[in-house]
Design a protein around this ligand. Structure first.
Ligand SMILES: [Zn+2]
Length: 79
C-alpha cells in the first residue's frame, strides 16, 4: 500500500474513502455476520443490523503495518 502514507492524516482519510477499502470493509462485516466480535464473544450471538454502528478495525495498526492495511486477516468488526 505504498500509495498511502498512513502517518499522514489526509492520506488515511483518502484510504478510508478508497473503493478497495470500502469493498474489503463490506467483506469483513459479512464475514463477521455484521456483529461486533467482542460483544459476540462476551454475550454469545448478538444480532445486529447493517445499520448498527460497526467499525472495521485493524488489529495491527496501519501506521505500524501498512502492508496489512488490506489484509482481511488483520481486520475485525467492533462496535
Ligand atoms: Zn461490541
Amino acid at each position: 500500500m505504498s500509495e498511502f502514507d498512513f502517518n499522514d492524516e489526509r492520506d488515511r482519510k483518502r484510504f478510508y474513502r478508497s473503493s478497495n477499502w470500502l469493498k474489503l470493509r463490506q467483506e469483513v462485516l459479512k464475514r463477521d455476520h455484521f456483529e461486533c466480535i467482542e460483544c459476540a464473544k462476551k454475550e454469545g450471538t448478538v444480532t445486529t443490523t447493517e445499520d448498527a454502528t460497526l467499525e472495521v478495525d485493524h488489529i495491527e495498526e496501519i501506521k505500524t503495518r501498512p502492508d496489512l492495511a488490506l489484509d482481511i486477516d488483520n481486520l475485525r468488526t467492533l462496535c
